[in-house]
Design a protein around this ligand. Sequence first.
Ligand SMILES: NC(=O)c1ccc[n+]([C@@H]2O[C@H](COP(=O)([O-])OP(=O)(O)OC[C@H]3O[C@@H](n4cnc5c(N)ncnc54)[C@H](OP(=O)(O)O)[C@@H]3O)[C@@H](O)[C@H]2O)c1
Length: 295
Amino acid sequence: MKWHILGAGAMGNLFATRLLQAGQDVSLILRQPNPEGYYQLHCLEGKARRTYTLTAQSASADEAICRLLITTKAYDTQAALASVADRLTPDATLVLLQNGMGQHQTVQQQHPSADVWGAVTTAGAWRPQPDELVCVAAGETHIGPFTAETAALPAGWTALTPAPIYVQDIQTALWRKLAINCAINPLTALHRCHNGKLVENPEFYQQMQQLCDEIETLTHSLGITLFATDLIDQAAKVAQATADNRSSMLQDICHGRPTEIEFITGYVCSQADQLGIDLPCNKALLSQVRALSAT
Ligand SMILES: NC(=O)c1ccc[n+]([C@@H]2O[C@H](COP(=O)([O-])OP(=O)(O)OC[C@H]3O[C@@H](n4cnc5c(N)ncnc54)[C@H](OP(=O)(O)O)[C@@H]3O)[C@@H](O)[C@H]2O)c1
């Protein structure tokens, strides 16, 4: 089975290697592929080093796209997908493996006959150089149909290692990841601190608590059960477990890159607005991070 991957960054390359290892044919869609049509990727995972040869093509290549994994940042989804829209088969499978919410609905509306999937992962990876990938956490990946009515994973995904976890209710999985991201990422960006500081510093912890309380007010109204315990407990657990990490939002701000804030806190605030619910702490944080973010 052939998978095209749009968004050849850390996650795109990580899942390219996983799909390759699972025996899938993979081609990454790059803004500027080299003329050879392939590149070597050196991967480091724990002590294991492996080199993969990955096929690459441009968005304007002729090949039809039946299965597309989208791993751009959330804010690049629409433009990236538009660049290959004329290559998509009418019933193409589109898997969005990204943080944030809102982009799934947009993709679904723009490609009503496509089979749209959502996926969230706790895997962690980064690229010290364009031809290097460091996988820091194999993580768990939850995937579920956004539009399709099926209990079967997309072609080839059953053979991935680690095995993805199929969830019928991907909306709740997306909300769980979103809620944790809302509690941690913008605050670390604002305070320019590692995740662990949010539990160590009483003032930061109180802010995290307020954000979590507001998000739970919203999710209760939406009929979504986030976790068996309070969101603040889950967020504190994640912040502690990733104490030495600098969130992607903090890194984006430090490097002068755009952030995913509109698809994280921005999404939560817009959902609350539609229901007439006020989320003052999340709204204030949204404005503060917007002011820090490159556009
Ligand atoms: N990295 C992690 O550990 C991790 C963990 C969990 C979730 N996530 C989520 O996964 C998603 C991807 O994150 P990431 O860290 O992999 O991001 P990333 O390294 O920045 O990769 C995104 C890639 O998308 C490409 N792209 C953007 N617009 C494009 C277009 N129009 N055509 C072709 N390629 C395009 C970028 O290409 P250029 O380089 O040419 O701009 C870049 O290579 C995000 O939503 C992130 O929050 C990441």
